[in-house]
Design a protein around this ligand. Structure first.
Ligand code: AMP
Length: 418
């Protein structure tokens, strides 16, 4: 038997209902903050991710699904959305008009990672990005939107917040950090020793116990921020405070990607553990649009993972809507009429089904019960002759007589009274 590739998932209807619910809530939040949906390709030129994600990152170094197409072009399945969105902004010249730009996206992403709870090789991100808004208020609104998505799903979460400085102050900090770690090189894990020359800040979020101990004592970026970054950070913190967002300042939140400047944050589920607890993350990236050939236009955004939100959501939060009516025919003439009745009901927006299998009446009732229909209507010759039938509630067995032609009105009244 052919099996699905490692790290991918079949999302069966009950789980899909959860994902649909999460997506719907996230879309509602995005609309409340004035963001519009944008869609872009699943694969891009590999070069985009080298430039837009950064060749020092794990994603680019180890995790990309890269392939040559039939013409030998190097293409990559997107590992995230920010680089593609920035490309779309530049390529479509979206920055000429009404600023700031506010977009959201729902995309599948691909990363060659070691699968574990909350970490797969194909996953779905919901992201929001804001361009051309330099004020700390922009950081506050984007972080708030991420937090409100968790809140709308009744997930208790906290924002881990940090500033990693800008082109002016970060080099000073990086030099201090490198010096600190170089002096302790023999205590680092192999990965950190490798990373030290590439991106020293990544050492701060290593999970190895010895590296964690070193990170706790490492120089703090907050002592090196320039005045502008300091002012930006404290205004962001003040904004979050006033918005009632639960946050904690965490000097070791640095994020894995190269493109961030100033604000970085992660949304952490209070009850979660390990990778699955990190519901989402984001930050400000001031240089990316310029890097891709556009103007110097700052951006700030985040992405949350749908599977992690689904794991963190309380059970029963996403209720699937039950179909309203099962029409059970008795006999061939009734079966034909039942099909016509169902088509009519569906045209009026009522979800209904009839027998497609040739089951006995008893078996049909069993099916209707298992499938969670709200009501059933048995239609036989006598119902067709009289033009009347009975709607039976599957919840309490209550019966309501109605003209067949009045089924929609009667059902709507019954459902409204529930
Ligand atoms: P990142 O782009 O790495 O900052 O990821 C942002 C969010 O996407 C994470 O917080 C997760 O919710 C989700 N995510 C990232 N990688 C994976 C993965 N391999 N499997 C599932 N979700 C992921």
């Amino acid at each position: 038997m052919i099996q699905r590739p490692r790290g991918t998932a079949d999302i069966l209807p009950a789980e899909a209902a959860k994902y649909r619910y999460i997506e719907q809530k996230a879309r509602e939040i995005a609309a409340l903050y004035g963001f519009s949906e944008i869609r872009f390709p699943t694969f891009e030129s590999t070069e985009l991710f080298f430039r837009g994600v950064g060749d020092g990152t794990d994603i680019v170094q180890k995790e990309m699904y890269t392939f040559a197409d039939k013409e030998g072009r190097s293409l990559t399945l997107r590992p995230e959305g920010t680089a593609s969105l920035a490309r779309a902004v530049v390529e479509n010249g979206l920055y000429g008009g009404n600023m700031p730009l506010k977009y959201y996206y729902v995309i599948n992403c691909f990363r060659y990672e070691v699968p574990q709870s909350g970490r797969s090789r194909e996953f779905t991100q919901f992201g929001m990005e804001l361009y051309g808004a330099p004020l700390p208020a922009a950081d506050v609104s984007v972080i708030s939107a991420a937090y409100r998505i968790a809140e709308a799903l009744r997930i208790k979460a906290t924002v881990n917040l940090n500033s990693i400085g800008c082109r002016n102050c970060r080099p000073v900090y990086l030099a201090k950090l490198r010096e600190y770690y170089e002096a302790r090189r023999d205590r680092l894990c192999d990965t950190c020793r490798e990373r030290l020359g590439v991106n020293a800040m990544r050492l701060l979020d290593c999970k190895e116990p010895e590296c964690r101990a070193l990170a706790a004592e490492a120089p703090k970026i907050s002592d090196c921020l320039c005045d502008e970054c300091k002012a930006h950070f404290s205004a962001t913190v003040r904004g979050l405070e006033r918005a009632g967002i639960r946050y904690r300042i965490d000097p070791n939140t640095v994020r894995g990607l190269d493109y961030y400047t100033k604000t970085v944050f992660e949304l952490i589920a209070d009850d979660g553990s390990g990778a699955a607890a990190v519901l989402g993350g984001g930050g400000r990236y001031d240089g990316m649009i310029g890097e891709l050939g556009g103007p110097e236009l700052g951006g700030i955004g985040f992405a949350v993972g749908l599977s992690r939100l689904a794991l963190a959501m309380p059970d029963g939060e996403a209720k699937e809507e039950k179909p309203a009516l099962y029409v059970a025919p008795m006999g061939e003439r009734a079966a034909e009429e039942a099909a016509v009745i169902c088509e009519k009901l569906r045209s009026l927006g009522i979800a209904c089904e009839t027998d497609l299998v040739g089951r006995s009446l008893k078996a049909q009732m069993k099916y209707a019960d298992k499938s969670g229909f709200g009501y059933t209507a048995v239609i036989g010759d006598s119902e067709l002759d009289s033009g009347k039938c009975v709607l039976r509630s599957m919840a309490d067995g209550c019966e309501t007589e109605t003209a067949i032609s009045d089924i929609p009105d009667t059902l709507v009244k019954l459902l409204a009274a529930e």
